[in-house]
Design a protein around this ligand. Structure first.
Ligand SMILES: [Ca+2]
Ligand SMILES: [Ca+2]
Length: 85
């Protein structure tokens, strides 16, 4: 049983590296795991592991985390409409 789980995990890892592009159409609050209304780099990586560049680009004040405005305006600049689904 353990082997099956490990195999499934390996496949998931392979699949996630194959899909290099994350879906950036994410609601800010769905990524804010601890609910403090600040999106830390760690929280961002959990939600969008392949989007380091997006995080850096969105963090316009270089504070090392994203506030709601930063994320929403970044999505606007790359042409993503707000989706709170
Ligand atoms: Ca947070
Ligand atoms: Ca910031």
């Amino acid at each position: 049983m353990k082997k099956i789980i490990i195999a499934a995990f390996a496949i998931m890892l392979l699949a996630s590296t194959a899909m290099a592009a994350d879906n950036l159409d994410r609601c800010y609050y769905s990524m804010d795991n601890n609910g403090d209304s600040v999106l830390s780099n760690e929280e961002f990586k959990v939600a969008l592991p392949n989007s380091d560049k997006a995080f850096i680009a969105a963090d316009v004040d270089k504070s090392g985390d994203l506030n709601h405005d930063e994320w929403e305006s970044y999505k606007k600049t790359i042409g993503i409409e707000e989706n709170h689904g």
